[in-house]
Ligand binder design. Structure first.
Ligand SMILES: NC(=O)C1=CN([C@@H]2O[C@H](COP(=O)(O)OP(=O)(O)OC[C@H]3O[C@@H](n4cnc5c(N)ncnc54)[C@H](O)[C@@H]3O)[C@@H](O)[C@H]2O)[C@@H](O)CC1
Ligand SMILES: Nc1ncnc2c1ncn2[C@@H]1O[C@H](COP(=O)(O)OP(=O)(O)O)[C@@H](O)[C@H]1O
Ligand SMILES: [K+]
Length: 486
């Protein structure tokens, strides 16, 4: 599954038409899918109000109105004059059944469900005047709302707030990034008949889905032993940050590492999990660090001001490495790239801004662009944490589809670094280890769900969600089924 920009979606549509696929069929499939989704979501609903705009989004709404009417529902349709192309045909088909009232007549009082078909991906500027008023009226009506493709008005304000959004053909930024995603309510993807080859353009970011992530899970053969399934060396800790390396070690074990060693300054009271090998060092150049048995490293968790020195020492092992937190300085990450050590960097927006020498606001405004700039500038696999986390390495990008704001809690990132290192140690390429680690970590957060979860619990939940993934129990959120009546 890919994340489409509106332009990429239009290009896919246009390609389908070039291939001889009639665009009216797309609109018919779209409108019918909306009607079906609404009917399934609110089976008791008898009366519908369809509020349609002038463009193709409106056309989809007119098709939905026709089907709802054919299924015996009471339907009032409000639309302006002046439809063109396919939307004009959809209007003619509907007019054979129903009277279409002007938008000025909109009355939502009798509607059990409102269909929002004012604007879709063709919106180029914020709603104003009568359009803005219509969106506000839909919200104020306090009726269940199903949005056609996207809630009208997004990505700007004001916009409609929907209970269910039927995403047509592919997912677009407002189905994935906030605040748009909150305005969508539940999201259901409707395949509307575009040839499948047009729906997987490699240049678009991948949306992490359970099927793809399941295929990445390292297998564990019957003759496995703790030295064969991936050993991780965690390097971090400082006087004031004693928990971070311990949480990374826990994350690594809970993601399946066979053995975890924790190297930390001997004057810091780091307390690794009982299962870990302890490696207190009086200086980072201690020879024992370079002899540690590990296939991958997690470096920088709670390193404080010594994080850079720890990372430079750890570089000498020349093993695949996750660089986090106090290892995330431009000179350090550049040194890893120059040494051609496979790396995954896991900054939060503040650390990303430090690496890119820009403001946090710039990073947050364009997470995908920022992650890709990190990947390009530092020749690395970049994981930019947040809601949602985005990933990039030169030539490809991905957006995570798991996780929730309850995960905004101290130490959650340390657990993630440990988990990614475990997958690196198990032999996964950085891109695969990063995607799988991020996906499972978010899944653990979703499994726990509640505000107040702790990083420790996130780690503990990793085996549970891994098993669910392995057994094929998971569906992506855009196939998550339907609403019950509210
Ligand atoms: N593959 C797909 O995704 C398909 C998409 N279709 C539908 O087509 C929609 C896109 O249709 P369109 O490109 O016609 O665009 P819309 O229907 O979203 O709206 C475009 C119209 O609104 C006007 N407009 C833009 N911003 C405005 C503003 N702030 N105030 C007032 N008017 C404004 C434009 O000039 C244009 O007339 C999708 O969202 C989807 O619903 C379907 O018909 C079938 C296929
Ligand atoms: N709103 C959110 N939605 C989804 N995931 C989130 C959200 N807020 C935080 N997270 C996740 O929680 C983790 C927090 O990591 P980080 O900021 O490094 O915390 P710490 O440094 O305390 O470990 C990241 O994996 C991040 O993606
Ligand atoms: K809409």
């Amino acid at each position: 599954m890919r994340l489409f920009t509106p332009e990429a979606m239009r290009a896919a549509d246009a390609q389908a038409v070039e291939l001889g696929y009639p665009s009216l069929l797309l609109m018919e499939a779209a409108g019918r899918a909306v009607a079906e989704a609404a009917r399934a979501a609110w089976p008791e609903a008898e009366s519908y109000a369809v509020v349609a705009g002038k463009g193709n989004n409106g056309g989809d709404g007119l098709v939905a109105a026709r089907w709802l009417h054919l299924w015996g529902r009471e339907v009032r349709v409000y639309a302006p004059e002046g439809h063109r192309g396919d939307a004009a045909l959809a209007r003619a088909a509907l007019a054979a059944h129903l009277e279409i009232e002007p938008l000025e007549a909109v009355d939502l009082r009798e509607a059990d469900v409102v269909v929002d078909a004012l604007f879709g991906t063709g919106l180029t500027r914020p709603l104003e005047g009568a359009w803005a008023e219509l969106a506000e009226r839909i919200n104020a009506a306090d009726r269940p709302v199903v949005a056609v493709d996207v809630p009208s008005g997004l990505p700007y304000a004001p916009h409609v707030r929907a209970d269910l959004t039927v995403a047509l053909a592919g997912l677009k930024p407002d189905h994935v990034f906030y605040p748009g995603r909150s305005a969508c309510g539940r999201i259901q993807l409707a395949p509307i008949g575009l040839p499948p080859a047009l729906l997987e353009p490699r240049e678009l970011p991948e949306l992490l889905d359970p099927e793809t992530m399941r295929a990445l899970l390292p297998s564990r053969p019957g003759h496995a032993h703790k030295g064969s399934v991936g050993r991780v060396l965690v390097v971090g800790g400082a006087a004031e940050y004693t928990g971070a390396p311990a949480l990374a070690a826990l994350g690594a074990y809970r993601a399946g590492a066979g053995l975890v060693t924790v190297a930390y300054p001997s004057d810091a009271r780091v307390d690794p999990p009982l299962e870990a090998v302890r490696l207190p060092v009086s200086r980072w150049q201690d020879a024992r660090l370079f002899e540690a048995k590990a296939e991958a490293l997690a470096v920088g968790m709670g390193g404080g001001s010594g994080g850079g020195a720890a990372a430079r020492a750890a570089l000498k092992l020349k093993k695949p490495t996750v660089l986090d937190a106090d290892a995330l300085y431009p000179e350090v990450v550049k040194a890893y790239a120059a040494a051609a050590v496979p790396t995954v960097i896991t900054p939060h927006p503040g650390e990303a801004a430090r690496l890119l020498e820009t403001g946090v606001g710039t990073v947050v405004q364009d997470p995908l662009g920022s992650a890709c700039e990190l990947a390009r500038r530092f020749r690395t696999t970049a994981v930019l944490k947040g809601g949602p986390t985005v990933l990039c390495e030169p030539g490809r990008a991905a957006v995570n589809t798991t996780g929730n704001p309850a995960m905004a809690t101290g130490g959650a990132g340390d657990v993630l670094s440990g988990a990614i290192a475990a997958f690196l140690a198990a032999g996964l390429a950085p891109w695969d280890a990063a995607r799988l680690g991020v996906y499972l970590h978010g899944l653990a957060g979703d499994h726990l769900g509640r505000i107040g979860l702790t990083a420790h619990e996130l780690a503990e939940a990793l085996p549970v969600v891994r098993e669910k993934l392995e057994l094929g129990y998971l569906r992506p959120y855009w196939e998550a089924g339907l609403l019950s009546p509210r």
